[in-house]
Design a protein around this ligand. Structure first.
Ligand code: ADP
Ligand code: MG
Length: 356
């Protein structure tokens, strides 16, 4: 297993990159702990696959270095880095049996026959293909083939890291859940360093100890699901995580108060550094309280989604989402309050510290 250091990584696919816009990865400078389970989360095109392929060695970065346990591996191939990688679509040998597909990476490295057999059977059980062991891979369905691919990534226990690039895309929802639980269990048992790419927040939040949120070629936050929920470092994290996402409104800050149109909102503290840039206040729908006191609103829409209701209120010409418990009703003359502990303040989209 390895601690992975990404040392000032930048990457452009085209020649002669000039501005930031020419870079698929703008600047990535982070250390990922040995044995950590990381999810790499972000919308399509934000650079997840690029970063994963730089870690595995399929792509050589335009700038910067990769270190495994302090050793520079930037010039090494995937094989030399000793990485297992599972891609979005199956990479298997069609003419081999399911069993041989899994045995291949082990035999290749000279693992003893008895150990090969034990590992292959264990892995076949995990991916639920034990009864298909002697079938040729060619005749299998797309999701069975993807399970073989997954198995090939999991069969070796001597790798530095296992990287997954949206591996469950073609798998049906129930099996997805089963496989994800097994990956977590495997991580718990063997302590592999795992990096799991996904654009699905549920998948990221249930798999990982640490979620790495990417946006337009940058890592905007690395945090536990709790940190991403309570203290989004960037407004994008607020929008992207949560359902619905964080409400963000333009404000002017005056000491420990924020002015939003004609409203004055009490902040959890005063800004520690001098105010600069475009100021915004972020509040998750979970912290917006509906009642008879506070700021008067009109109600645009109420969505009943079972365990709770999502209320779309209008305040100062902007829509504010609030989450209301199932057994509560919207009052006749509705007002909202922002629970102070749920308030975050942003300058040019980045969170600013409040204190005092
Ligand atoms: P993600 O995996 O998050 O969807 P990618 O890492 O695949 O994002 O892509 C990041 C950016 O780099 C995108 O703008 C994409 O169009 C571009 N890109 C990806 N692969 C290539 C390539 N081989 N050549 C040129 N541009 C690419
Ligand atoms: Mg991708």
């Amino acid at each position: 297993m390895a601690r992975i250091e990404l040392d000032h990584i930048r990457h452009a696919y085209g020649p002669n990159p000039k501005s930031d816009a020419d870079y698929a990865l703008k600047e990535v400078h982070h250390t990922w702990e040995d044995g950590g389970a990381y999810a790499l989360l972000g919308p399509s095109g934000c650079g997840k696959t690029t970063l994963l392929n730089i870690i595995s060695g399929l792509i050589h970065p335009s700038h910067g270095r990769i270190l495994f346990n302090g050793q520079d591996v930037t010039g090494l191939s995937t094989q030399e880095r000793n990485i297992a990688q599972v891609f979005q679509f199956p990479v298997i040998y069609d003419t081999m049996t399911v069993y041989d597909n899994l045995a291949f990476p082990l035999r290749n490295r000279g693992v003893a026959a008895a150990d090969v057999d034990r590992k292959v059977r264990e892995t076949l059980d995990m991916i639920d293909l034990a009864s298909w062991a002697n079938r040729k891979a060619r005749g299998l369905t797309a999701d069975q083939k993807q399970k073989i691919s997954l198995g090939r990534g999991l069969v070796r226990s001597d790798v530095n890291a296992i990287l997954f690039d949206e591996p469950l895309t073609v798998i049906d929802p129930h099996m997805k859940w089963v496989l994800r639980s097994q990956l977590k269990e495997l991580h718990r048992r063997f302590g592999f360093t795992m990096v799991y790419v996904t654009h699905d927040q549920t998948e990221a939040l249930t798999f990982a100890q640490k979620v790495v949120v990417m946006y337009e070629g940058e890592i905007v936050q690395i945090g536990t699901p709790h940190e991403l929920f309570e203290r989004p470092k960037h407004t994008f994290v607020g929008y992207f995580i949560g359902s619905p996402g964080m409400n963000v409104v333009p404000v002017e800050i005056e000491g420990s108060k924020a002015r939003f149109g004609g409203q004055v909102i009490e902040l959890p503290g005063t800004q520690q550094s001098a105010a600069k840039g475009r100021m915004e206040l972020g509040i998750r729908p979970e912290y917006v309280r509906l009642g008879r006191e506070g700021m008067p609103v009109s109600i645009a829409k109420i969505e009943d989604i079972g365990r709770h209701k999502i209320v779309r209120a209008r305040l100062e010409g902007q829509e504010i989402a609030a989450i209301l418990p199932e057994d509560e009703d919207v009052p006749a003359d509705p007002h909202i309050r922002f629970d102070t502990k749920g308030i975050n303040v942003y300058a040019d989209s980045w969170r600013v510290a409040l204190g005092g």
